[in-house]
Design a protein around this ligand. Sequence first.
Ligand SMILES: [Cu+2]
Length: 271
Amino acid sequence: MVRETATGEDRVPPVESPSEPASPERVMVQGGLLSTLTLLLVPFALAADGTGVICGTVFHRGQVPPPVRVPESQSVRHLVKRDRDGHLAEAVVWLEGEELETREGAAREYVVDQVDYFFVPNVLAIRDGDRVQFLNSDGANHGVIGESTLAENMFNIVVPPGGRYVHRFRVSTLARRMGRPTLVRLRCPIHAAMSGWIVVFPHPYYAVTAKDGRFCIAHAPPGSWRLKVLHPDTGLSYTREVEVVPGGRIELQIVLRGAGGQRDGSASGRE
Ligand SMILES: [Cu+2]
């Protein structure tokens, strides 16, 4: 297990090219996936409130799974969305640990639209108690099925064109205790190719990678945490330990490899 502490004394030379991580370490992670990691410590403080910042870039290397045909819109859904340099979008990154503060924040409302037979966004991370408004911008009927280990996250509704359905999502008791998310797989009962994800957290220490693979978890509490990455559409995952110190900034480069075991409905049972 690699453990590094971000302090004012540590000096690590910056990585010149993000696409070529310097001195990568090979790490066996959960599920036997081989990942590569470079840790970069930026030796200056950013947060003045006694917390730390964890930022990084997630890359994907190797074979991608075959895209899913979407016959209704004569298009395909790519399970791995990466650019030419391998920057991976839609990977969920979070801190996990039993000691993480899990009290509820003010509930927010998000939107998942159905556009051209896609859920938009495809991956949405929210907090326990947040609401999601499901819309339908297409001219055809859609529906939304929520698949989850938690009964409160399960539903099956029809959303006609211009329609709207609001659902409040929760984390399971176990997920709350462990500081980890509860997954909800979204499907459409009418169109088999449609799929999406809601990832519900008991705390605010999570992020979803942007198109450039970047993520930042701000206001991370000091302590020793597991940093986890999950790419829901492939099941590719990664775990390491991080130590957050007040005012510290941790910069990570994480590589997920291969096609993964692409998810079927049963995979949403994972927490
Ligand atoms: Cu549909």
